[in-house]
Design a protein around this ligand. Structure first.
Ligand code: NDP
Length: 395
């Protein structure tokens, strides 16, 4: 059997490492390329273990350190450095599948390049889709690239829908009444507005059900993760955002619901482990073993579903607003959020300042319709600059 060749963009992150765990255990795939930004030690370890054709260190300042580390290692991997190299491997025709698992706007160009090159893309980097929405989906359609979401909620929806040989069967969209994404509620689900003023980055990163990178952990605690996911679902499944909803489900066992117009509701359940959606994407349209602990249905005595309190978690409201406005709003929302989350992680602003900064930036930058990736980058920079100014003014 010919093995599928996989590139993992962001192999040193949480999603990247889970993807490598699956590749290690199945032996059905070979690794073409892996990439990191700064984590040279882990990149070297991964090269030693998997011997990929290429490794990229995105931060060019670390190129020499990384070359030295790889020279001492027992692998034939070719090392490349910098953002151009990142895009080159993302589009390299020798890989069949790209796992897009870089965090934030830093993943936009490489994810877009993979979409241009007609590959199967396992999409984790939701920020890239939030920023480039229609342009990204059009690019993928044009090149024949199949986008398989590996965000657990979107994978859940994808698994509940019917499929055509080229991917989702789009004819079913008219039978869908609404999509519902579940949210664990994060570590601050039961805190009052005044208690939220004093939470620390460590508390925000201690997620009750998922093990994730820092940025998505904070997004999850603020509910911005659900805001970004509404926009992600709108683009992936082609439904108006008024037909996409989110509810709290603290156990993180049910990942999403699809309500059909006949009153039927389909849903996907699994223990919260990213290996399940990643494995689904890797093996699609088949299935593969993951080693994940099985759900014991008789032990599921409590499955709760609650409304999200948007007064305590205004980021969801902002996400929905950006989705409804469309155009540049999601770009501005995402950029302001990235800067605010970074500032919170560095203890420069409080947790409750995150939505305040995003809202102010969204109000100050008028909505427009970006048509190219350069304009998207320009808007991203403008929103980041303004967010930084607001943070500096307040500190
Ligand atoms: P991590 O922070 O754990 O990993 C991020 C990865 O991106 C690392 O490999 C990091 O390299 C790399 N990276 C960071 N900055 C840059 C840069 N400027 N240029 C190139 N590479 C960069 O993130 P997660 O794995 O948690 O999340 C990745 C994406 O997947 C996010 O978009 C997130 O929203 C999404 N996602 C994650 C889930 C999860 O369970 N973790 C669930 C669903 C979606 P280095 O290690 O060297 O810094």
């Amino acid at each position: 059997m010919i093995k599928q060749s996989v590139t993992i963009l962001g192999s040193t992150g949480s999603v990247g490492r889970s993807s490598l765990d699956l590749i290690r255990s199945t032996k059905k795939f070979e690794l073409f390329a892996i990439t990191a930004n700064k984590n040279t030690d882990l990149l070297r370890e991964q090269c030693e273990e998997f011997n990929p054709h290429t490794a990229v260190i995105a931060d060019e300042n670390l190129a020499d350190t990384c070359y030295k580390l790889l020279r001492q290692s027992d692998c034939d991997t070719e090392l490349k450095a910098g953002r151009v190299a990142l895009e080159e491997v993302a589009g390299d025709s020798r890989a069949d599948v790209v796992v897009a698992a870089i965090v934030g706007s830093a993943g936009l160009n490489s994810t877009m390049t993979a979409a241009k090159s007609g590959k199967k893309i396992l999409l984790a980097n939701k920020e890239a889709l939030v920023m480039s929405g229609e342009l990204f989906m059009k690019t993928a359609l044009h090149s024949g690239s199949m986008i398989i979401p590996i965000d657990s909620e979107h994978s859940g929806i994808f698994q509940c829908l019917s499929h055509a040989p080229s991917g989702l069967d789009l004819a079913q969209l008219e039978y869908i009444e609404k999509l519902v994404l579940t949210a664990s509620g994060g570590p601050f689900l039961n805190l009052s507005s005044s208690e939220l003023k004093n939470v620390t980055p460590e508390m925000a990163c201690a997620h009750p059900t998922w093990k994730m990178g820092k940025k998505i952990s904070v997004d999850s605690a603020s509910m911005m993760n659900k805001g970004l996911e509404l926009i992600e679902a709108h683009h992936l499944f082609g439904l108006d955002v008024t037909r996409i909803d989110a509810i709290i489900h603290p156990q993180s066992v049910v990942h999403a619901f699809v309500h059909f117009l006949d009153g039927s509701v389909l849903s996907q359940l699994a223990n919260p482990d990213m290996k399940i959606p990643i494995a689904y994407g890797l093996s699609y349209p088949r299935r593969m073993e993951t080693g994940v602990q099985r759900l014991k249905l008789t032990e599921l005595t409590e499955l709760e579903f609650l409304e999200i309190d948007e007064d305590r978690f205004p980021c969801l409201k902002l996400g929905r607003l950006a989705a409804e406005e469309g155009g540049s709003s999601p770009i501005v929302l995402n950029a302001a959020n990235e800067v605010a989350v970074e500032a919170f992680l560095k203890n420069r602003i409080s947790f409750v300042k995150i939505p305040e900064i995003i809202e102010e930036v969204m109000t100050k930058i008028p909505c427009e319709s970006p048509s190219t990736i350069d304009i998207i980058h320009e808007l991203d920079s403008r929103a980041k600059q303004l967010s930084n100014q607001l943070i500096n003014k307040g500190s």
